[in-house]
Design a protein around this ligand. Structure first.
Ligand SMILES: *[C@@H]1O[C@H](CO)[C@@H](O)[C@H](O)[C@H]1NC(C)=O
Ligand SMILES: *[C@@H]1O[C@H](CO)[C@@H](O)[C@H](O)[C@H]1NC(C)=O
Length: 433
């Protein structure tokens, strides 16, 4: 079976629309029915939902769980002033909310194991979209495009594409464990909390070309990564087990906490040409094809330790002035010159901690202890992991998310026109033929 994918941009539509919400509250008069004014609705049957589906505005939160029908229809509900949570309803196959325009709180879809399609053609505004454990969900219709959203969390779905969330600012963007998801792109400019991408399809391409500022970035298991505009990481940046050969962050100036590059087996080149400051540690570990650590030409200070491990044959830090922690080099390359590294590269910059270096066939490293004034206080030996052990280390498990046994995708895969949409500008349409 062949899949053909079309990306359709609705840019004019989305860009011309400002974020202003409909201020003329048209629903105020029609909605004087007392049943529409409750802080919380607990719904577990189609009968329950019918009772309120003629409300245009629901004043509270709707919590739907253990629902008894294949189709869940939200009727004429246009606005939900609280959250909409649909969870643990194994019978639900389709969700339709033809009139729904806004959800003031969170929009949660969670543990809906039979859900294959969901349609929210008029939805434009949500605070947090949190979709988790939707193992066969492959079609989402957000035809109008979401123009106002703070956070997006998508885990354990079968979505195959995910077009531009073209809002400028997001709080959290977390997309993980979507096994068929091959492309994530967005024109977001700022992520004020976390950006987490992990364990999606093997060939995942990630493009956030306009992202300039992020608090925490964790990028794992990607094939291609475009973060070319990134200037500031306020806290930590981690690149783990990716398959790209180049990591290019030419505009990145500072990282507030730790920078980790771990187990990126194909990585050969890195570009951090503007990076001046790393507030925490700098860890470059087991990137087997990365031979030379010479891509920090502007780096002046590291607030924690520097720790390098791998088949590293050379290193150079032209501007490095201070490392407020240890400096550890465990190289498996016999071309690596420990004496040069210790004497020329790090001796004068390490304050407190130790300097450790091992290379080539040596099982051991030489360790020099340094006090806070930069004076040597003693020596000892350590273990050269690069040579003696091949165990991965320091690799975080991505997260807590229930790693749902990936349900077999079965026949549903070919069934659907996949309209994975566009949280703002684009819709990715996948048509099976
Ligand atoms: C989900 O629903 C099933 C059956 O309706 C119930 O036994 C189970 O406890 C529910 N789980 C949660 C987390 O609510
Ligand atoms: C290190 O390895 C690279 C790539 O194989 C090579 O171009 C470079 O000359 C080597 N440098 C040293 C000092 O051996």
């Amino acid at each position: 079976m062949k899949f053909v994918r079309y990306f359709i941009a609705f840019s004019t539509l989305c860009l011309s629309t400002t974020l202003s919400q409909d201020s003329s509250d048209k629903s105020s008069e029609e909605n004087i029915m007392p049943k529409c004014f409750k802080p919380q609705y607990e719904i577990s049957s189609s009968g329950d939902i019918k009772k309120i589906s003629d409300c245009q505005t629901i004043s509270g939160s709707i919590n739907i769980h253990g629902y008894d029908n294949e189709l869940l229809e939200l009727g004429s509900i246009r606005q939900i002033k609280g959250d909409l949570k649909i969870s643990n309803a194994s019978q639900v196959m389709r969700i339709e909310a033809p009139e729904l325009e806004s959800i003031d709180g969170s929009f949660t879809l969670s543990t809906l194991t039979s859900l294959t399609s969901a349609s929210f053609p008029k939805l434009e505004s949500v605070d947090t979209l949190e979709w988790k454990v939707l193992p066969i969900l492959s079609s989402v219709g957000l035809n109008k495009g979401i123009k106002k959203i703070n956070s997006i969390i998508m885990s354990d779905t079968s979505l195959t594409g995910f077009g531009g969330f073209n809002v400028d600012t997001l709080k959290t963007l977390r997309i993980d464990n979507n096994r068929f998801l091959e492309r994530i792109e967005s024109s977001v400019k700022e992520i004020t909390d976390e950006l987490i991408i992990a364990a999606n399809a093997r060939n995942l391409e990630v493009a956030f070309p306009e992202l300039g500022w992020v608090k925490v970035a964790m990028i794992k298991d990607t094939k291609n990564l475009d973060l070319g505009g990134l200037q500031v990481v306020q806290s930590s940046a981690e690149f783990i087990e990716n398959k790209f050969d180049t990591l290019s962050l030419p505009k990145l100036k500072s990282i507030g906490s730790t920078l980790s590059m771990i187990n990126n087996k194909k990585l050969e080149n890195a570009d951090f040409s503007s990076l001046v400051e790393v507030g925490g540690g700098l860890m470059i570990i087991k990137n087997n094809n990365l031979k030379e650590i010479n891509f920090f030409p502007a780096l002046k200070s590291v607030g924690g330790a520097i720790e390098f491990e791998g088949d590293i044959n050379d290193s150079s830090f032209k501007r490095l002035k201070i490392v407020k922690g240890s400096a550890i080099m465990k190289s498996s390359s016999s071309s690596f010159d420990c004496q040069k590294w210790i004497d020329k590269e790090v001796s004068d910059v390490v304050r407190g901690g130790k300097i450790e270096c091992g290379s080539g066939n040596s099982e051991f490293t030489e360790v020099i202890h340094i006090d806070e004034d930069g004076e040597r206080t003693g020596t000892s030996t350590g273990r050269n992991n690069a040579k003696t052990s091949d165990k991965g280390r320091g690799v975080h498990n991505v997260h807590d998310s229930t790693s749902v046994a990936t349900h077999s995708f079965g026949d549903t895969r070919g069934l659907l026109s996949i309209f994975v949409a566009c949280l703002t500008i684009m819709a990715a349409v996948e048509i099976s033929s």
